[in-house]
Structures are given as structure tokens and as C-alpha cells.
Design a protein. Structure first.
Length: 348
């Protein structure tokens, strides 16, 4: 057993739950043990009694009673990252500093593990992104597997919490580029359909899909959540296909894909929301254009703006298009630099 000890909360450890902070430092502790120490007053913060879920702040002093000795750590071999995968994820880095890493995620690479994904996903490959740090960086938001573009990882717990909060508070600004069937009218607008999850057909619920709900029906539809997307048409080829900028004001699952399909303009390559039976206000081609146009999803997280949680400086990042979208843009005669970085800002 250890002796009574008092630990000061470090600058990078503030603004988190006491139980989580304690179990990181003493992995041998169970949740039940932490709660018992709080209940009996053995665990105190700045001399006062606390609960397990009390949030601690940098500089506070935590009194810790005698603890059982930790068992020797078991030798656990983490999943081996193939050299080609390590090189791929490192080449995806488009910006980094001491606190944050920004990736241009390739299409087809999941953000996190899930049913049938194995270990080949951004979270699993992030061990190749330590760049001298002891711990691997942490994802603070996600992109769909087939969506490419900007993805942020935090290099410390403190920065992860701050960035996660900025996404929840919607103080970050994300701009996506998409090629969609037809030409939305008006050419700039806001979609306010709610979204409700329909279960997938797989044994584990795989293949789930979001169903759009008219704004007037949201409150009386069980499980429906409000969702808002701004869109703007940047260019188009006759009435067949449009280059759109999309801004998700809310962050629902598959929001952009479901909203554009509900509008009658599914994103090119979206087999889930833009099959041949999908209503389409363009030429009735569904989400496929045929010819030289790739059947991959044409949705890309192009721009991301946020206030740096440490330096407090505004950061604006831009991710180049993936190869299949570059080829489509070339085929359709669209030039990336011919449009404003934020068409909504310029229109206001």
C-alpha cells in the first residue's frame, strides 16, 4: 500500500472529471473504488469533499488515501502498423504544430473502428503520428469513411477537450465541397429538415440510414433531431451537375448526404442516398453521371476555421481535392481557384 499523498493538477490536466484523471494516474483503481473513496471522504480536492464526477481545474490539490500497489504492467503488443500505412497517414498531414495535427483524410479510410473495419482507420494509424510525443494524437471529430478532407487530431488531452468543446459549441466553421446531381434552386439557401435514424439490415445494425423529416413534423417524430445545412451553387454544367459548397450548421450523422438527397440533388457517387430510385431534379441520373466520372462519393471537407485553443490565433486550413474529384473537376471544366473560399461570407 502507498502512503497518503497530495498531487497538484497539472496545466494540461484541468477541466476533466476527477475519476478519469485519477484512473489515468492509477490504472489499478476501479470506478467503484474511486466512488467509495469519495463517499467516505478519503478523496478530497483542496480539502473539500467531492464526487467522482467533480470537474477538477489546473492548480488544485487532490488528497489521495493509501492505494493498493499496481500490478506489474502486462506486455501488450499493439497492432502493428504496416510501413505503407504509416507512410500514407504521415503524407496525409497538411499542417501541425505542438498541439494539433491536421490531416487531409483519404476517401475510403474510416475515422474510427467499427464493424468489419479492423485496425486500418485514422484512430488506429495515429500511432504513426506521434512525431516525438509519448502518446498518440486523439481524434476530436469524425468524417464518414467515404468523405475525404480535413480532420483534426489533438496532441494532448487538454487540447482535445478544448477542440471538442469548440465543435460542440459550433465555433468552428467547416466548408465542404460536393458535386451534386442537377442544380439546386435557389442557388443559395438553407435546408432545415430534421433527421431520424433508420436501423440497418446487418446483424449489428450495419448500413444504418438517416431519414429526412419535414420541419413541421420533427417534434412529433420519435428520435428525430433538428438539422441545418447551408448550401451555395458555385458552378454547374447545364442542368446536369453542380459544384456546391455546403456548411453543416449542426453535425448529424450523414447530414449533408441526406439533406442534399432530400432536396432532390444527391451527391455524386452516393449509393446510399442517391440510388437510381432517388428523386432527382436534374436529368434523372441518380447519384451517378456515368462516362469518365468516378463512382466514388464526391464529398470533401475543403475548409476548416477555428480559434487555436492555446495561442488564441485564428487558424484557417484548406485541403486539396482527392484524385477522383480532381479528375471530375477537370472533366467538367471547373477550376478550384475560380470560386471564393467562403461564398456565404462574401454573400453576406
Amino acid at each position: 500500500m502507498s502512503a497518503v499523498q497530495t498531487l497538484r493538477v497539472g496545466a494540461d490536466d484541468g477541466d476533466q472529471r476527477l475519476d478519469r484523471w485519477l484512473k489515468k494516474k492509477f490504472p489499478q483503481l476501479s470506478q467503484g473504488t474511486v466512488e467509495k473513496m469519495c463517499r467516505t471522504g478519503q478523496l478530497r480536492v483542496d480539502g473539500g469533499r467531492v464526487r467522482a464526477n467533480t470537474r477538477i481545474e489546473a492548480g488544485q490539490e487532490v488528497r489521495i488515501p493509501p492505494l493498493p500497489d499496481a500490478p506489474p504492467p502486462a506486455a501488450v503488443a499493439g497492432p502493428r502498423i504496416a510501413e505503407s500505412d504509416a507512410e500514407m497517414i504521415q503524407q496525409a498531414v497538411i499542417w501541425k504544430d505542438q498541439h494539433i495535427i491536421a490531416l487531409n483524410k483519404p476517401p475510403g479510410l474510416p475515422s474510427q473502428g467499427g464493424s468489419g473495419q479492423g485496425d486500418r482507420h485514422v484512430d488506429g494509424l495515429s500511432a504513426a503520428l506521434c512525431f516525438g510525443y509519448k502518446d498518440k494524437p486523439k481524434l476530436v471529430h469524425r468524417l464518414d469513411k467515404d468523405t475525404s478532407g480535413l480532420l483534426l487530431l489533438a496532441r494532448t488531452d487538454r487540447v482535445a477537450r478544448a477542440l471538442s468543446e469548440s465543435f460542440r459549441a459550433r465555433t468552428t466553421r467547416k466548408i465542404y465541397w460536393a458535386a451534386v446531381a442537377g442544380v439546386p434552386q435557389p442557388r443559395m439557401g438553407t435546408i432545415r429538415y430534421g433527421l431520424v435514424k433508420a436501423p440497418g439490415h446487418g446483424r449489428g445494425g450495419e448500413g444504418e440510414k438517416m431519414i429526412a423529416v419535414h420541419p413541421r413534423d420533427i417534434d412529433r417524430t420519435e428520435g428525430a433531431k433538428r438539422a441545418t445545412t447551408d448550401y451555395a451553387v458555385l458552378d454547374n454544367l447545364a442542368q446536369r451537375v453542380s459544384w456546391c459548397a455546403l456548411v453543416p450548421i449542426t453535425g448529424r450523422t450523414h447530414q449533408l448526404r441526406a439533406h442534399m438527397a432530400e432536396l432532390g440533388h444527391p451527391i455524386i457517387g452516393d449509393g446510399k442516398y442517391g440510388g437510381s430510385g432517388q428523386e432527382n431534379l436534374g436529368d434523372g441520373w441518380g447519384a451517378q453521371l456515368g462516362g469518365e466520372i468516378s463512382r466514388k462519393l464526391h464529398l470533401h471537407a475543403r475548409g476548416l476555421s477555428f480559434i487555436h485553443p492555446i495561442t488564441k490565433q485564428p487558424i484557417t486550413l484548406t485541403a486539396p481535392l482527392p484524385d477522383h474529384m480532381k479528375r471530375t473537376w477537370k472533366t467538367l471544366g471547373w477550376i478550384e481557384n475560380d470560386v471564393p473560399a467562403d461564398p456565404f461570407e462574401d454573400a453576406s
